[in-house]
Design a binder for this molecule. Structure first.
Ligand SMILES: Nc1ncnc2c1ncn2[C@@H]1O[C@H](COP(=O)(O)OP(=O)(O)OP(=O)(O)O)[C@@H](O)[C@H]1O
Length: 301
């Protein structure tokens, strides 16, 4: 089966999760194809960790369905082995050494790749005899990534893995992540508040806000489907389309619109939209309460 013909990495239909009376995810439909590096972005409390924990089988949906690699998340040990997870605080066992972690990984995971683990530990300079409690935040993140990747998962899920790292450590971490994904031929889903990181490594984007999917699709398609219009303030009223979002500055309106809304009037300056602007436009729209239909760019590859 090719990556395109195999079941999607993640397929949610009407996915809903409540914590008591709090609605963390509301009726989400989402289809993430395989072979992508997916950026999951959204403000605090948007439901990102909830979605990732559902995908790992750590929690179950209140309503709706979620299929991961074609199966119920955490359906059995074999399915668990196909998914690697690096949780938000990149947890490791403080009293165990780096080498202990690798030994434990080998015992617990049938598909463990000892060569990959040893090679990566050496490459990122993790001292095997060092207790994990004495590693820096960046080193702990590298160890957690190494353990998740040495399972040789088909899907690697990372919840804000680089949040606590300095720019240099983050750069190294992301480079490593990309090498892993290439080497494993895996799909990766990472949540992040750092849009620069998402822009750098992700080719698929999911924007969540208030527990709902606001935007989803391959980055190239999403960028091609939107543009930025700039015109003197007030001209927008004559445009006759509903922009995704408008920001005003220095007497000008900057509107992010869908290309499907037709050609812009001649007095408008048309510019390509950047990923950060696109994300902010959809988040702004969700915050304004003007969110309408979810925007999706279906994957073509
Ligand atoms: N165990 C829990 N018990 C109760 N409410 C929870 C629990 N976990 C999450 N929530 C609530 O669900 C909503 C979504 O939380 P979630 O952690 O999924 O958001 P997030 O997008 O990952 O946020 P952040 O970017 O701050 O990590 C929030 O309102 C949060 O308070």
């Amino acid at each position: 089966m090719t990556q395109e013909s195999s079941p999607p990495a993640l397929h949610a239909e009407g996915l809903t999760r409540r914590y008591g009376s709090r609605l963390a995810l509301a009726d989400c439909d989402l289809r993430i194809p395989r072979g992508r590096v997916v950026g999951l972005v959204g403000p605090n409390g948007a439901g990102k960790s909830t979605l990732l924990q559902l995908a790992c089988g750590l929690i179950t949906p209140t309503a709706g369905t979620l299929r991961v690699l074609g199966d119920r998340p955490g359906a059995d040990a074999a399915h668990l082995a196909r998914v690697g997870f690096v949780a938000q605080d990149t947890p490791v066992y403080a009293a165990l050494t780096v080498a202990d972690h690798l030994r434990m990984g080998a015992r617990l995971n049938p598909s463990w790749d000892p060569d990959l683990a040893r090679r990566r530990v050496a490459q990122v300079g993790l001292p095997p005899a060092q207790r994990a409690g004495r590693l820096s935040g960046g080193q702990r993140a590298q160890l957690a990534l190494t353990i998740a990747a040495a399972k040789r998962p088909e899907l690697l899920i990372l919840d804000e893995p680089a949040a606590a790292l300095d720019p240099l450590a983050r750069d190294g971490f992301l480079r490593n992540l990309m090498e892993f994904v290439d080497e494993l031929g895996a799909t990766a889903v990472l949540s992040s508040h750092l849009l620069g990181d998402v822009e750098r490594v992700c080719d698929h984007l999911v924007v969540l806000a208030a527990g709902r999917v606001q935007l989803a699709g391959d980055v190239a398609d999403l960028l091609a489907r939107h543009r930025r219009l700039v015109a003197p303030r007030g001209a927008l009223d004559r445009l006759g389309v509903t922009p995704v979002h408008v920001a005003s500055a220095d007497g000008y309106d900057h509107a992010v619109v869908r290309t499907a809304d037709g050609p812009p009037p001649p007095e408008w300056t048309v510019e390509p939209v950047r990923l950060e602007e696109l994300v902010l436009a959809y988040l702004g729209r969700a915050t304004d309460g003007s969110a309408g239909a979810v925007e999706r760019a279906e994957a073509h590859r």
